[in-house]
Design a protein around this ligand. Structure first.
Ligand code: PLP
Length: 456
C-alpha cells in the first residue's frame, strides 16, 4: 500500500487505536513506536526514512528475505483464481492438496498427513487434540498429560501459552491442569559447576522423572523445540537430545517437535529434528513455511498416529475457517519451490552459516560477552559482568535491552531475551552484510559496556 497518511498521523492513530502484541499498552499509548513502510532483500524501511538491516527474518519467518517475487506472484495469481473456499464439508482446493503432498514428500518418509492451521499457536492446539484423540482411540483415555519445558515458546492461544513455559504468560493466563513443565536445557543459566555434557544428561533425565512421577499411563506427549527460540536461543548440550530420545524410546509417549522456528533450514537441515537426530511423531510448522508472507501453520502427522486416526470412523471435531486457505497454501508451495529449486539452502548452510558462526565467535573476546551460541543461522550472545562466574551485567535484562536499542538505532534489527542478544538472519544475507551485522553489534556492545561501567 502506498502511504497516504503522513508519519505523524499514522503514529498518532496507531497509539490511539491499535493494541499491539506483547506490548505495554500504557507505555505504547504514551510513546508510540515505529511504522514499517516497506522492505527489500534483508532490509526494512520505516516511515521516518531509516533503513534497518533485519537480523531476525521478520519474526523468525522471512527466511528468504523480503524480495521473493515468485511467492508474491503466486499469491496474487491464487487470489484471482480462487481467493477462498473452505476445506470443511468434503471440499478441498488445489494449493492445499499440493502443499500437503509437497510437505509430506519433503519430510521424513513416515510423515504422510498434514493438518493446516493459520499459525503455530493453533497448530500446537491441534497437536494436543490429535494426541488426545490418538490415545482415546487406542482405549487409553487416561493418557492426557503433556510435558513441556520452562521458558519454551509454543504460541499465545490459551493452550499454546499453557504449553509454553514463559512465566509472564502464565501470570496472565491460568495454565491447563494437564500440562507440566520441566527445566530447559540451559547450561549457561542453570549448569552451575557441571560440565555441559553432564548438565545435558541431568536436564534430559528430568523428563524421565516427570513421566515416571505422573505415571506413564497418564502421560500422552512431550513437546519441545529443537532449539528454544523466543526463550533465548537455548541450544542444548550435545548430550541432551540423545538422552531424551532414549527416554522416549523406552516409553509409550508421543513426541511433538515444535519446528516453527527450526523448520525449513534454520539449523542447516530441513528440520531441527534432523539436526539433532530425534524422531518425532508429530511436527509443528508455521512461520518459514510461507516465508512469512501469508499466515499458515500446521501439523505433520506420522503414520504411527495417522494409522490410528484413520482406522475407525468418527469425526475429528476441530477446524479453522481458514485451514488450508488457498492463498496461504499457494505462498507455501512457492516457498517450497524456492527451497527445492534454488541453491539458497545449500549456500546458506555451506557458506553463510559457517561464516556467520566464525564472525560471531570473535565476539567472545569482548569484555561483556559471556557466551556465543550458534547453530546454523540462529544465535545468541549472552551479556555478563563476570565471564567465569557467569554473573549478569545488570538486573532485569537492562543491559541487553540497552544493547538492543543501540543496535536498532544504528540500523540493525536484533532482539533481546533475558540477558541475551538473539539473531535469526535471513538465509539470503550476503557475507558483506554479515560483516555489517557484526560491526553494528560490536559497536552496540561497546556502548553497552561503557553504559554499565565496564571498560573495553
Ligand atoms: C512463533 C512460534 C509459535 C507460535 O506461532 P504463531 O504463528 O505466532 O502462533 C509456536 N512455536 C514456536 C517455536 C514459535 O517460535
Amino acid at each position: 500500500m502506498t502511504a497516504t497518511l503522513d508519519t505523524a498521523t499514522l503514529k498518532q492513530l496507531d497509539q490511539a487505536h491499535h493494541f499491539h502484541p506483547f506490548t505495554d499498552f500504557h507505555d505504547y499509548a504514551a510513546h508510540g513506536g515505529r511504522i514499517i513502510s516497506r522492505a527489500e532483500h534483508v532490509y526494512i524501511y520505516d516511515s521516518d526514512g531509516n533503513r534497518i538491516q533485519d537480523a531476525m527474518s521478520g519474526l523468525w519467518c522471512c527466511n528468504l528475505g523480503y524480495s521473493q517475487s515468485h511467492i508474491k506472484e503466486a499469491v496474487a495469481a491464487q487470489l484471482n483464481e480462487l481467493p477462498f473456499y473452505n476445506n470443511f464439508f468434503k471440499c478441498s482446493n488445489q494449493p492445499a492438496v499440493e502443499l500437503a503432498s509437497k510437505l509430506c514428500q519433503l519430510s521424513a518418509e513416515r510423515f504422510q498427513h498434514v493438518f493446516f492451521t493459520n499459525s503455530g499457536s493453533e497448530a500446537n492446539d491441534t497437536q494436543i487434540k490429535l494426541v488426545h484423540r490418538y490415545f482415546d482411540l487406542l482405549g487409553k483415555p487416561n493418557k492426557k498429560h503433556i510435558i513441556s519445558r520452562k521458558n519454551a515458546y509454543h504460541g499465545s492461544t490459551i493452550a499454546a501459552s499453557s504449553l509454553g513455559g514463559m512465566s509472564a504468560m502464565h501470570q496472565q493466563t491460568m495454565g491447563l491442569n494437564y500440562i507440566h513443565h520441566i527445566n530447559q536445557p540451559h547450561w549457561f543459566e542453570n549448569g552451575g559447576e557441571l560440565s555441559e555434557h553432564d548438565y545435558g544428561l541431568l536436564a534430559a533425565r528430568e523428563l524421565e522423572t516427570a513421566i515416571d512421577t505422573l505415571g506413564e499411563d497418564q502421560v500422552a506427549a512431550f513437546i519441545a523445540e529443537p532449539i528454544q527460540g523466543a526463550g533465548g536461543v537455548i541450544i542444548p548440550p550435545d548430550s541432551y537430545w540423545p538422552e531424551v530420545r532414549r527416554i522416549l524410546e523406552e516409553r509409550d509417549i508421543l513426541f511433538i517437535s515444535d519446528e516453527v522456528i527450526c523448520g525449513f533450514g534454520r539449523t542447516g537441515n530441513w528440520f531441527g529434528c534432523d539436526t539433532y537426530g530425534t524422531s518425532p511423531d508429530l511436527i509443528t510448522f508455521a512461520k518459514g513455511v510461507t516465508n512469512g508472507y501469508m499466515p499458515l501453520g500446521g501439523s505433520l502427522i506420522s503414520d504411527k498416529v495417522a494409522d490410528v486416526l484413520l482406522a475407525q470412523g468418527g469425526e475429528f471435531a476441530h477446524g479453522l475457517t481458514y485451514s488450508g486457505h488457498p492463498a496461504s497454501c499457494a505462498a507455501g508451495l512457492a516457498t517450497m519451490a524456492l527451497y527445492e529449486n534454488t541453491d539458497i539452502l545449500e549456500k546458506s548452510s555451506q557458506t553463510l552459516a559457517p561464516y556467520f558462526a566464525s564472525r560471531l565467535q570473535e565476539l567472545v573476546e569482548h569484555p561483556i560477552v559471556g557466551q556465543v551460541r550458534c547453530k546454523g543461522l540462529v544465535a545468541a550472545v549472552e551479556l555478563v559482568r563476570d565471564k567465569q562466574a557467569r554473573i549478569r551485567l545488570a538486573p532485569d535484562s537492562a543491559a541487553a535491552v540497552f544493547c538492543r536499542d543501540q543496535a536498532i538505532s544504528a540500523g540493525l534489527m536484533v532482539r533481546q531475551t533475558g540477558d541475551a542478544m538473539i539473531m535469526s538472519p535471513p538465509y539470503v544475507t550476503e557475507l558483506g552484510e554479515v560483516d555489517q551485522l557484526i560491526n553494528t553489534l560490536s559497536m552496540a556492545l561497546d556502548k553497552t559496556a561503557k553504559e554499565f561501567g565496564m571498560s573495553c
